[in-house]
Write a protein that binds this ligand. Structure first.
Ligand code: SAH
Ligand code: SF4
Length: 346
């Protein structure tokens, strides 16, 4: 597609574009407002001149996603979407309702190249990066489908956001723009498997987002077994980057820890983890590992997770057990897309 992806552009960039079209600068914020209120056709932009609308139609496209599957949990109302992109690729999002509002979990890539052994998203490798506009469109489609406004976003769906750094940062800029969706950066979490270079690059931008680290193990021996990224940047290098990140941003860091039965869930692991996290202002989220058809990992028993949590507290690390949402709809990312791909292969 050689048309311009206008929904990924900032207002100053759209100003440049309309200038080239011989149009007045103020048109840029009008266009931006239309795009970010979810409009998917230039013809609907009723306050633009006819001439400008036809120039936009000729030179630009408006990214959108199409809902091809929608699963709603009967337990807690969580909705899981499988979206089709313009080239037929598919990604997943999850809409969750909390007391404080709606949160959408978005994907940042089609597939993922990090290859974590417990994760369904990485099984087929990386297909391609998502554009910023495709990230925005996932939120817009969920809002449109449910007639709601989303207040929080987590970049925890399929893909590694720091392996798609430019587009992820562009997305953060656009989604928080007060002329657009205006979702504050403080209401956004970005989750990484531990791409240390990206953590340093992100630190330089000093954004008030929440950085979430998928740690999942307290020793290199265990972490390298399940997360190949650990061979490039081991736990010490990762935690050093977290400390440096915190020095700049002063933001508390979240650590995700999926509890896998017999792999990383012993009292000894809790002790080692608390030692490793010393000196970092942080919070640990304990997640009962989600069983994935293609992997052999099982989640820890609830009692084990509870024990692990109280051990951490005893060692001075605050931790909560993540509520499982959408347990009846396979809400863990990557799984719906795998099912759909499986169908096509049959
Ligand atoms: N690539 C980024 C963000 C997307 S993954 C990252 O890895 O952080 C979102 C979260 O789901 C990560 O914490 C990931 O480790 C976790 N996850 C993946 N598969 C899982 C599974 N089967 N059970 C529990 N958590 C899982
Ligand atoms: Fe990629 Fe995250 Fe899945 Fe690892 S856990 S394969 S980094 S999406």
């Amino acid at each position: 597609m050689d048309k311009i992806d206008i929904k990924s552009m900032t207002i100053p960039e759209i100003e440049e574009l309309v200038k080239k079209m011989g149009q007045p600068k103020f048109r840029a914020s009008q266009i931006f407002k239309w795009l970010h209120s979810g409009t998917v056709s230039f013809d609907e932009m009723s306050n633009l001149s006819k001439e400008l609308r036809s120039l936009l139609n000729e030179q630009c496209y408006i990214a959108d996603v199409e809902i091809i599957r929608r699963l709603e949990s009967q337990i807690d109302g969580t909705v899981k979407y499988l979206y089709r992109l313009y080239d037929g690729q598919t990604v997943e999002s999850v809409l969750m309702k909390y007391n404080h509002g709606y949160t959408v979990c978005i994907s940042t890539q089609v597939g993922c190249r990090m290859g974590c052994k417990f994760c369904a998203s990485g099984i087929g490798g990386l297909i391609r990066n998502l554009t910023a506009s495709e990230m925005l469109s996932q939120i817009m489609a969920a809002q449109r489908d449910n007639g709601i406004r989303v207040s929080n976003v987590v970049m925890m769906g399929m893909g590694e956001p720091l392996d798609n750094f430019e587009n992820s940062v562009r997305f953060l800029k656009l989604v928080s723009d007060d002329k657009g969706m205006n979702i504050g950066l403080r209401h956004i979490s970005l989750s990484t498997s531990g791409v240390v270079k990206g953590i340093y690059d992100l630190a330089q931008l000093n954004l008030p987002i929440t950085l979430s680290i998928s740690l999942h193990a307290a020793t290199d021996e265990i972490r390298s077994r399940t997360m190949p990224v650990n061979n490039k940047w081991n736990i010490d290098a990762l935690l050093k980057a977290c400390k440096d990140y915190q020095k700049i941003t002063t933001r508390r860091i979240s650590f995700e820890y999926a509890m896998i039965q017999g792999v990383n869930d012993s009292d000894e692991d809790a002790l080692l983890l608390s030692k490793k996290l010393k000196g970092i202002m942080c919070h640990v989220n304990l997640i009962p590992a989600n069983p994935v058809v293609e992997t052999e990992f099982k989640k820890s028993e609830h009692k084990r997770i509870e024990n692990f949590r109280s051990k951490l507290e005893q060692y001075g690390v605050t931790a909560t057990i993540r509520r499982t949402l959408g347990a009846d709809i396979n809400a863990s990312c990557g799984q719906l897309r795998r099912q759909e791909l499986g169908k096509e292969e049959v």
